[in-house]
Design a protein around this ligand. Sequence first.
Ligand SMILES: Nc1ncnc2c1ncn2[C@@H]1O[C@H](COP(=O)(O)OP(=O)(O)OP(=O)(O)O)[C@@H](O)[C@H]1O
Ligand SMILES: [Mg+2]
Length: 232
Amino acid sequence: MIKMNGVIKRFGKNTVLTDVSFEVKKQEIFGLLGPSGAGKTTIINILTNQLNADGGNYETGASSFETGLMLDNDGLFPRLSCADNLNVFADIYNIPRKKSMEALKNVGLGEAAKKSVNNLSKGMRQRLALARAILHNPKILFLDEPTSGLDPATARGIHKLILELREKGATVFLTTHNMDEAVKLCDKVSLLHKGKIIEQGAPDEICRRYDSVKTVPDLESVFIKLTGVELE
Ligand SMILES: Nc1ncnc2c1ncn2[C@@H]1O[C@H](COP(=O)(O)OP(=O)(O)OP(=O)(O)O)[C@@H](O)[C@H]1O
Ligand SMILES: [Mg+2]
């Protein structure tokens, strides 16, 4: 459903992706893990055609109208209400506006429908961005750090939604800094470090490889074992 092969990306003289390759199958939840600046958002921007790559090739099995996108800078209209934010998208995608209300209820924002985005908490904004990303039942969903900075209960709610979307047939590509989240959600993960994939596989396999006591290792300790250097 998603494929990258030998992708290179430069910003000026700075090469931020060197030879990135991976594959995501239909209905998989794929996690791209890596520290800040590793190149995660750049990969999402390339796969969603917001940036061109400088080498390699890539493809996704969904048109832009069949793709849902939740980026870390949430891109919501701050002065519009939650409902109207979704209505704008419903109109663009030719979806009946009543779906907006359903989507808000799905993410636990039914009560906040009339609140303007300006007056939402970070967690509420994040959930609204997710509601917008899933409004049109996308085939592929790209989620850039969907739970960063959220309290555990809100994060669990988002995890549940992601798993439900997969059950309904969606393929999910998400980025995270959090190994626990990857273990809970992902069928497959790739670890990205300075624009290079340095490890990939099923999350529990990776945990076993990097942690002999069978707990979930934190991402930082995996990276230290892989690269021999502490993340800055
Ligand atoms: N438009 C741009 N122009 C120049 N450099 C950029 C641009 N966008 C990203 N970069 C650089 O590319 C590298 C990767 O950035 P990217 O945003 O993909 O990282 P990330 O893994 O998403 O990090 P974070 O976890 O902080 O979101 C960084 O060194 C960043 O400074
Ligand atoms: Mg990012």
